[in-house]
Design a protein around this ligand. Structure first.
Ligand code: FAD
Length: 461
């Protein structure tokens, strides 16, 4: 029987490409190297390839985490020249050409000939990291599950309360950041309260929930332009979402959010369930690479790369996706995917002695965001779309980019349930998750106050 290429012995002699991150940039780079005479090692601190644009649907119970985060190992299991390693990369030594990564006490050093760094970005609280405890972001599966527990848990706890004010505080959801993620989360919490949970509670009316969307800027969906921003704001308000633009979050604890408007007036909202969808901060690996290569690093931690996405003096190190700052390209999936394919192409060209492809150029295929079921906005070049047509486009594109036929079918099924019907397939939360937030709220009360909420006394006991 003919032996598959490359054999294990051949792999050992091959050019070693190490990829940090199995997100959009990393995975697309690895796949683009499938037929190349290289050995690919992809290292990630998680075991999955996460489809971040649908995280909000995990947080609101529409999809399971399995659908949007298949194991990277499974995706690449037929790519013989690729191996997948679990580990958080803690250091890169660009002179020694090694990457150090660890899982607990297990520390590994992996050498490379070419390195593609695509470690993405995390949440930024703009210097207020203490907000993270009260308003989780939405960047990982952990975040999405935490939020799902908090959102569904808030309804559960409100159902227990005699005091209408305390119940209202649990049923007030504040979403901070009116970019695509904030708009999508706010829209889905509204749908959840007004449609999906409509018949499920006896003592509260979930539709009474307040959903407040806050942004320091003057526009919803700023990157979509003024026209679409204004139309989106109107659509959100029609759904009974309270949109507060020009308001900066200046304080927060377990029970409140303090907003400061442009006149300097402070407004305190009583809310136990907050979601942070505001800033991003690139992986700290960017600073390490900047220090070693002299590449500039901006305030968000993004590394200024050369036009071919490499670092000064190190044509073997590529930095792509959300970690890179080049030509003001936005932090979106397409930039990362195209960057991954480009870096892989450059490596292949060099190995085969072909000239470089020239600078990396991002081709903007457009952007879109959903507002609620059957409503979305989309911008493709100069074309602006809203409503059902934009929503159909959103549906088609997202199904196309989900990995795996089975996951696409499952997703379509869950979307039909949620959008045509009113069911949420993934709304199970553990009691631990529901109580986690109640404990947090209680622990943070003023020391002299009585317990914050009085559990309802059951007469039948
Ligand atoms: C909630 C949300 C919604 C979004 N919606 C859209 C959208 O609708 N359309 C769109 O185009 N874009 C969207 N984006 C942006 C898009 O997801 C990113 O631009 C894209 O994921 C960037 O790809 P990347 O490869 O740079 O990073 P990522 O895809 O984030 O991948 C980074 C990978 O690196 C790993 N990693 C990080 N640090 C380390 C380390 N030290 N060691 C090892 N591994 C590490 C992470 O675990 C992750 O797997 C959204 C993002 C979020 C968070």
């Amino acid at each position: 029987m003919a032996q598959e290429f490359p054999t294990s012995a051949e792999l050992e002699r091959l050019h070693r490409v190490v990829i940090i991150g199995s997100g959009f940039g990393g995975l697309f780079a690895a796949k683009a190297l499938k037929k190349a005479p290289v050995q690919v090692t992809i290292i990630d601190k998680t075991v999955q390839h996460l489809f971040q644009p649908l995280l909000y649907q995990v947080a609101t119970g529409i999809l399971s985490q399995g659908v949007i985060a298949p194991p990277t190992r499974e995706i690449l299991n037929r790519q013989r020249n690729a191996e997948v390693l679990l580990g958080e990369v803690t250091d890169v030594d660009v002179e020694a050409r090694t990457v150090t990564h660890r899982v607990g006490e297990y520390v590994t050093t992996t050498p490379y000939d070419s390195l593609i760094v695509s470690a993405g970005a995390g949440q930024s609280y703009f210097g207020h990291d203490e907000f993270a405890e009260f308003a989780p972001g939405l960047k990982s599966i952990d975040d999405a599950l935490e939020l799902r527990g908090r959102i569904y848990g808030a309804f559960e706890i409100a159902e227990l309360l005699d005091d209408p004010e305390a119940a209202e505080q649990w049923l007030t959801f504040v979403v901070i950041g009116a970019g695509a993620t904030g708009v999508e989360v706010a829209g889905q919490i509204r749908e959840l309260s007004s449609r999906a949970l409509r018949h499920d509670f006896r003592r509260i009316n979930p539709a009474d929930a307040k959903v407040i969307l806050v942004d320091a800027g003057d526009q919803v969906l700023a990157s979509f332009g003024e026209g679409l921003g204004e139309r989106s704001k109107k659509a959100l308000e029609k759904l009974n979402i309270d949109v507060r633009l020009g308001h900066t979050v200046t304080g927060m604890d377990a029970q409140t959010v303090e907003l400061t408007d442009k006149d300097g007036t402070k407004h305190v909202i009583k809310s136990n369930c907050k979601v942070w969808a505001a800033g991003v901060s690139a992986s700290s690996l960017g600073r390490k690479l900047g220090e070693q290569t002299g590449a500039a690093v901006d305030r968000s931690g993004r590394v200024a790369t050369l036009p071919d996405t490499t670092l000064p003096g190190h044509e073997e190190v590529f930095v792509i996706g959300d970690m890179a700052s080049l030509n003001d390209y936005p932090g979106v999936a397409q930039v990362a995917m195209q960057g991954g394919k480009y870096a892989a192409g450059q490596i292949k060209r060099r190995l085969s002695g072909n000239p470089d492809a020239g600078p990396f150029k991002y081709f903007d295929k457009g952007s879109m965001a959903t507002i609620s079921r059957f409503k979305a906005v989309a911008k493709v070049g100069k074309i602006e779309l809203t409503g059902f047509v934009a929503w159909l486009m959103w549906l088609f594109i997202h199904i196309l980019y989900l990995v795996g036929f089975q996951k696409r079918v499952t997703t379509l099924g869950h979307w039909a349930m949620a959008f045509v019907g009113r069911a949420r397939a993934e709304r199970t939360i553990t009691a631990y998750e529901a109580m986690g937030m109640a404990d947090l709220v209680r622990a943070r009360q003023r020391a002299d106050s009585e317990i914050f909420y009085e559990p309802r006394q059951h007469d039948d006991g």
